[in-house]
Write a protein that binds this ligand. Structure first.
Ligand code: NAD
Length: 267
């Protein structure tokens, strides 16, 4: 049985992770952490996740929990993530980090901690999306530039950035599979008399509407046929399940920085 501590346990992802751990054999929540002063401190982590009482009360004191835990799952904010990774490195506890928005110095710090303890770090832990990246590269390499590449992504009306990081990564995988860079290939908008499409461009279109959780479509089309690879996320549970899969995988690994591509054996 692998004991995991969930950090950010009262957050949207933290709650989904507590529920995903409960649904998975071979792993259990041994501790739940929130920031000091959070209203969830002292509450039952299972109940916060909409489950029966688990007997694990949320605390702001991570260190004692690391004495027995094998893995920390961290979906919080960059500063707390780095502080918690430092503690994991000292105690030789593995970590699964889903926190996004780390700046370049924080990324360097994360890499330094990963040289002392195993860390899986991935801005998108969806198993399906990570497989999509691999399939996209393979398809683009096999089909070549005779097939026009277009990407369409759709998200809910509250999303602030466009195109999504996942769409950009998808475009990057296609560009690199064709020996090109994302910057040289991406076309983000078309309007007016723009002339014929070039063979090398990758069109990236954005849809924002309603409560769409996240959809990404890669179209590869040539005269006479069209291949489409589509991923649809319907809830954040898929990120949580990916994080739990990463936790099972990383326990007992050698120190190092790993990605979801490592976890899924896609490298
Ligand atoms: P959220 O705001 O709902 O939850 C974050 C939680 O972290 C909050 O409850 C907050 O109180 C807690 N927290 C802050 N400081 C803390 C500390 N020092 N110790 C313990 N807990 C602390 O946000 P969210 O939607 O759950 O997202 C959290 C992070 O995960 C964000 O960076 C988000 O971008 C990222 N995310 C990653 C993936 C992925 O697949 N990798 C998917 C979804 C979200």
């Amino acid at each position: 049985m692998i004991d995991v501590v969930v950090s950010g346990a009262a957050g949207r992802m933290g709650r989904a992770i507590v529920a995903a751990v409960a649904a998975q054999e071979g792993v259990r929540v041994s501790g739940a952490v929130e920031r000091e002063g959070h209203s969830a401190i002292g509450q039952d982590a299972g109940q916060l996740a909409g489950l029966p009482s688990s007997g694990i009360l949320v605390t702001s004191d991570l260190l004692p929990l690391l004495d027995t835990a094998r893995v920390l799952i961290e979906f919080t904010a960059p500063e707390s993530t780095l502080a918690h990774l430092e503690a994991c490195a000292r105690r030789k506890v593995a970590a699964v980090v889903g926190t996004t928005g780390l700046n370049s110095n924080q990324t360097l710090d994360l890499e330094a901690f990963a040289s002392q303890t195993p860390v899986v770090f991935a801005p998108n832990m969806s198993v399906g999306v990570n497989l999509l990246f691999k399939l996209a590269a393979q398809a683009a390499a096999v089909l070549g530039e005779d097939y026009d590449a277009e990407i369409v992504e759709a998200h809910h009306r509250m999303k602030k950035d466009a195109p999504s990081g996942t769409a950009l990564k998808l475009a990057q995988m296609v560009a690199e599979a064709r020996g090109r860079s994302l910057d040289a290939s991406a076309v983000y908008a078309r309007k007016g008399l723009i002339g014929e499409r070039t063979r090398t461009e990758i069109g990236i279109q954005t849809v924002r509407a309603g409560d769409i959780v996240g959809e990404h479509t890669l179209i590869l089309a040539a005269p006479g046929e069209r291949l489409e690879l589509i991923h649809r996320a319907t809830s954040r549970d898929n990120f949580a399940r990916g994080a739990v899969r990463a936790a099972l995988w990383v326990a007992g690994k050698a120190p190092g920085l790993y990605s979801m591509q490592d976890v899924l054996g896609l490298k």
